[in-house]
Ligand binder design. Structure first.
Ligand SMILES: Cc1ncc(C[n+]2csc(CCOP(=O)(O)OP(=O)(O)O)c2C)c(N)n1
Ligand SMILES: [Mg+2]
Length: 712
């Protein structure tokens, strides 16, 4: 092969990422990723962003994915991590990303295929670590890197089959696969042919051509495709000449992978022929397949094929629970990643029927007794506006619409006013119990954050199955498809709309929200800085279209109320998985995702110390971030928890207090920021000074990050 006509496996992976719209990679590389480091030179559209700890990389990828996301756009956040230890360091923020439903692809290097297993010091079971937060693809077979990378991206952007399903994918690339030379022509051919569905988001002509291509799949088959390998291994293991191939000539190259119709058929075959309990919807998890192979191997070690067939459990595949749109469609479930246009007739019929019975039932409900609980993509402006419009027609006022307490993203202001579910379980339960009927929009059924000694409950809802409606993406479709079904049903019932009921309440609600916001802002004007005054000052000066990455914990508890419907539009992100140390990192990702937006990292001090290296990345890349550190020199929430739980002997002496106090020695955030390269970092301990400094920070845009340390 002539070298100039080839690229490395590493460069091929980045080229695939580029086709999915990715323009940044949050990286902390090592020896096994050096060919990726070199590959950035040949794929200049993807900017490598160095993070000084992997938790910053994964948190940044999460922030990036949340900001890039639109109601019809998904661009994954990408990390480049060094082996198992790098991935382990990234895991807490991958947990948050998983809980956020963010699309992430981790590229993790591994030992060369021929070197693995001989126990070099940095070797560990990377797949096991990755499995904690999502699915894994290990690209071990020569020549399969483009297929494997493509599968990783397809998995990350796939519509989930239920709210909260993980979209974190890990692509393990052994060292020798990263330097392997692959013909340029075959990489671009494969990319042109396969990376078509996900590019749905690029609304250009190019996209349309690809989309068309998607609907008229060409026969395609590539040596080394994962399904081919899987099929070969299974056929060998089962010694079954009659194992049907997992594809036919009509399947697209993409569908040869496990996120495909063929895998559904393949799974069905495994169920029927070998009585294995395999669900097609989870077949896209490669680790499942390897587990399956291992499982069969172990069975075959003691029994012959016939015994296996006779003895294995023939339990039918578990079906999805409850009263949701997929209730009647379990037999027609599509694989994740299926194109939006790919709704089958049966699924379309099912969501139309769902829309009709939903509208009929809610229009008959007692006014004021229907509540809405939003999660996932429900907070994206277009979706939220749609929900509010649907609710208005159904007679549900805005004061009955709640978002999860730990939400991934809510686009706020600009006329939108919804409520936030309280943090403490008892309060949340009281709010939700005030409704007879609950509508969950792209949200899991809410459960208590913890099970307390005197609060022996898990579920936060008391409504029975029949009183809970779940609005979510149908199998193979998008949330939007379900909205359309409801809207269509509503159009036919115009004479029954209850907009008057909603409007009367909405006006009152808006008045109240505005009053509360004003009161919060005006409560204290001068003197010692307090959390409430800080929240008010931030709301007052935050510019239109900013992103507030909110890990302010107890100090920012009034911030939600300080902002009202008439605040300029902004995007609000919070800690979704409870693993603190997300905010500064996510602010890096948010700033990289959209350099035109001002990012406000509203940050509690204790949490910020988990990922304070993010400050260096902000400086190095001159990111438009204003960091507000809420310095209360404590793990304040733990003091509150300790009091609430009436912990025996707490604070009797300094011994227990020493585990919640951060004051001794005091941490100097201004000095820390300066040491990380910040040119502007200021401490404030009065309201007047904070207002002035924050206002000035909001007016600066191209001068790099700014840190405001609020002593409260
Ligand atoms: C990864 C992780 N480690 C520990 C905790 C437990 N924890 C929850 S909140 C908290 C302290 C938060 O303190 P700070 O960020 O200063 O916020 P404050 O309570 O002062 O508002 C800790 C240690 C956690 N949630 N996640
Ligand atoms: Mg604190």
């Amino acid at each position: 092969m002539v070298e100039s006509e080839t690229v490395t496996g590493a460069a091929a992976v980045l080229q695939v990422a580029e086709r999915y719209g990715v323009d940044a990679c949050f990286a902390n590389p090592g020896t096994t990723e050096m060919h990726f480091v070199g590959a950035f030179e040949s794929v200049p559209k993807i900017k490598p962003i160095l993070t000084l700890h992997e938790t910053v990389a994964s948190g940044a990828a999460d922030g990036y994915a949340r900001v890039k996301k639109g109601s019809n756009i998904t661009i994954p956040g990408v990390t480049l991590l060094h082996l198992g230890p790098g991935l382990m360091n990234a895991s807490a923020n991958l947990h948050n990303a998983r809980r956020s439903g963010s699309s992430i692809v981790n590229i993790v290097g591994d030992m060369s295929t021929w070197h693995s297993g001989c126990d070099p010091v940095l070797e560990s079971n990377i797949a096991d670590i990755a499995k904690i937060n999502g699915a894994v693809i290990s690209s071990k077979v020569p020549g399969a890197i483009v297929t494997d990378a493509n599968e990783a991206f397809v998995g990350a952007i796939a519509s989930p089959t239920s709210p909260g399903e993980s979209k974190v994918m890990t692509l393990i690339v052994p060292h020798d696969r990263s330097w392997e030379r692959i013909e340029k022509a075959s990489v671009s051919d494969a990319i042109r042919r396969d990376v078509s569905i996900p590019v749905q988001q690029h609304e250009d002509q190019e996209h349309k051509e690809h989309h068309h291509h998607l609907q008229s799949p060409e026969p395609g088959l590539t040596k080394g495709s994962v399904a081919e390998r899987m099929h070969a291994q299974l056929a060998e293991l089962l010694d079954a000449k009659d194992v049907p191939p997992p594809f036919d000539t009509k399947t697209t190259f993409r569908s040869i992978g496990l996120t495909s119709q063929s895998s559904i058929r393949y799974a069905a075959m495994l169920r029927e022929e070998f009585h294995l309990d395999i669900r097609p919807t989870i077949m896209y998890d490669y680790t499942m397949v390897w587990d399956l192979i291992e499982y069969i191997e172990s069975r075959l070690a003691i029994e012959n094929k016939n015994d296996v067939a006779n003895n294995l459990s023939s339990a039918s595949s578990p079906s999805r629970e409850s009263n949701n749109v997929t209730k009647d469609t379990t037999t027609t479930k599509l694989s994740p990643g299926h194109a939006p246009s790919g709704l089958t007739e049966q699924v379309q019929k099912a969501i139309n029927a769902f829309g009709k019975s939903f509208v009929k039932s809610i229009l008959k409900s007692e006014p004021g007794k229907v509540g809405v609980y939003l999660g996932g993509d429900g907070g994206i402006r277009e979706n939220l506006e749609r929900v509010c419009q649907i609710c208005r027609k159904l007679g549900i006022s805005e004061d009955s619409i709640y978002v999860e307490n730990a939400f991934s993203r809510v686009d706020r202001g600009g006329g939108l006013t919804v409520k936030r579910c309280p943090y403490f379980p008892r309060d949340a339960m009281a709010v939700l119990a005030s409704f007879h009927t609950l509508i969950l929009v792209d949200a899991k059924k809410p459960v208590a954050m913890f099970g307390y000694k005197d609060q022996n409950f898990s579920s936060l809802i008391r409504q029975g199955e029949d009183d809970v409606w779940e609005i979510e993406a149908p199998p193979g479709g998008k949330l939007e498809d379900t909205f359309v079904a409801i809207e269509t049903a509503l159009e036919k019932k115009e004479s029954l709309w209850r907009t008057d009921i909603a409007d009367a309440k909405n006006d009152k609600h808006r008045e109240k929200v505005t009053r509360t916001a004003k009161e919060t802002t005006l409560l204290e004007k001068s003197g010692k800085l307090t959390p409430v005054a800080m929240c008010g000052a931030i709301e007052k000066s935050q510019p239109e279209n900013c992103v507030v990455v909110d890990e302010s914990l107890t100090s920012g508890s009034m911030y939600w109320d300080a902002t009202d419907a008439f605040s300029p539009q902004f995007t609000h992100l919070t800690l979704t998985g409870g693993a603190i140390g997300f905010g500064l990192s996510a602010a890096v990702g948010a700033a990289v995702a959209d350099r035109s937006r001002k990012i406000i990292a509203f940050q509690a001090d204790g949490s910020g110390l988990y990922d304070c290296q993010a400050l260096w990345t902000m400086s190095r890349y001159n990111l438009n971030v204003c960091v507000v550190i809420c310095n209360n020199s404590a793990y304040n929430i733990l003091n509150i928890e300790s009091a609430m739980q009436r912990v025996e002997d707490a604070n009797k002496t300094n011994l227990s207090k020493s585990l919640t106090s951060l004051g001794d020695p005091a941490i100097d955030w201004v000095a820390m920021a300066k040491s990380f390269g910040f040119r502007m970092a200021t401490r404030c301990d009065t309201i007047e000074r904070f207002q002035m400094v924050f206002q000035e920070a909001m007016e600066k845009n191209d001068e790099g990050p700014i840190l405001v340390e609020a002593i409260i």
